[in-house]
Design a protein around this ligand. Structure first.
Ligand code: UFG
Length: 342
């Protein structure tokens, strides 16, 4: 297939590019480089199986995206490009709506103009907001009611796709999409080429690993009074390679007219304190831990019921050991202490 990967120089997008190239696809990777790293793309060039084209372009630049889609006969899109920090989205909501929602409208206009047939969208469990107690683990049928602008932009993305699919059906144009609702993605490519490099970094596992490396003066625990066994938030941490594998399976399964939604997680949750303990065990490093107030926009408990994708497509996470997930990220951080800037 000829696949456009938006956000192809970002954390998850670059891992998807790597996998698609290994599978022999032609990949057009787009990235504005606002948060992505061209060096991730450079690292993928040698020995990559398929054909890789990279363009520095924002998905909001509709005409440029449309031209590239035509030039490279793109039939399938994996749309990763987005801002993805819940706390930042509360502080800077319009930045999120501009990048995530407007960017997606623009991308879909270009896709629709050239007749892209399949789209796999990075949605999020943040679209569920605070799920009712009796719906954790969270199934796809859980009501979607986000509590952060970030989650809202992802829900808007799903709605855009639903409405576009209806329009394409009426116009008798083939189109299929899947919204993949990620839980917390973690870890790094185990061959050691790619990893996570956000600036600012706000995600728990990389933050704690940076503290273990001595690159920050400790870790803050945001909220210790949640209604959870140890008072800290619980999340479902999924290895990035498993996440990408789900994308490939979904892409291969999509048939014209399909509208799918799948939760992607391992189905088990860990608290913030459990993550900190696991990082201490893996790294054998010690660092300061400060208890702080809750961070706005954080639901107490999120972990997936991922049985729909297991039953329909036979996917389930293969790397389910938390230590193994953290090990892969630790290897990346040790070998690349300054990320791609090293
Ligand atoms: N946390 C801390 N200290 C930190 C960083 C995080 O205590 O320094 C806590 C957060 O408050 C939260 C948990 O660790 O309770 C996980 O936080 P992350 O920022 O790592 O992840 P989020 O759950 O907020 O969000 C992530 C991605 C989103 C995705 C979401 C799905 O950023 O893109 O997971 O749950 F949608």
């Amino acid at each position: 297939m000829n696949v456009l990967v938006t956000g192809g120089a970002g954390y998850i997008g670059s891992h998807a590019v790597q996998r698609l190239l290994r599978d022999g696809h032609t990949v057009l990777a787009l990235d504005s480089l606002l948060r992505g790293h061209e060096k991730a793309i450079d690292r993928l060039r040698p020995g990559s199986g398929g054909r890789l084209i990279f363009a520095k372009l924002d998905v909001n630049e509709r005409a440029g995206v449309e031209r590239l889609l035509r030039e490279h006969s793109i039939d399938t899109v994996m749309h990763f490009a987005a801002l993805a920090a819940v706390g930042e989205s509360v502080d800077q909501p319009l930045f999120y709506y501009r990048n995530n929602t407007s960017g997606m409208v623009s991308l879909l206009e270009a896709c629709s103009a050239v007749g892209v047939e399949r789209l796999v969208f990075s949605s999020s469990c943040a679209t569920y907001g605070v799920p009712p107690e009796n719906m954790v683990p969270i199934p796809e049928t859980c009501p979607q009611s986000p509590i952060s602008p970030y989650g809202e932009t992802k829900l808007q993305g799903e709605r855009l796709l639903r409405d576009l699919a209806e329009g394409q059906r009426r116009a008798k144009k083939p189109f299929a999409y899947a919204a993949l609702r990620y839980f917390n993605v973690a870890g790094a490519d185990r061959t050691g080429v790619l990893g996570e490099d956000h600036d600012p970094e706000t995600h728990l596992i990389p933050v704690v690993l940076q503290a273990a490396l001595g690159r920050r003066d400790g870790v803050s625990v945001f909220g210790t009074d949640y209604p959870t066994p140890d008072g800290t938030c619980i999340r479902d941490y999924l290895h990035v390679e498993d996440l990408v594998d789900a994308h490939v399976r979904v892409m291969d399964a999509l048939k014209p007219g399909d509208e799918r939604a799948y939760n992607l997680g391992i189905g088990k949750g860990y608290s913030v304190r459990e993550i900190i303990s696991a990082v201490r065990e893996v790294t054998k490093a010690d660092f300061a831990v400060r208890e702080q107030a809750r961070r706005p926009g954080d639901p107490p408990r999120l972990f997936a019921d991922a049985s729909r994708i297991r039953m329909e497509l036979g996917w389930s996470a293969q790397i389910t050991d938390l230590h193994e997930i953290i090990e892969s990220a630790w290897k990346w951080f040790r070998q690349n202490p300054k990320g791609y800037g090293a």
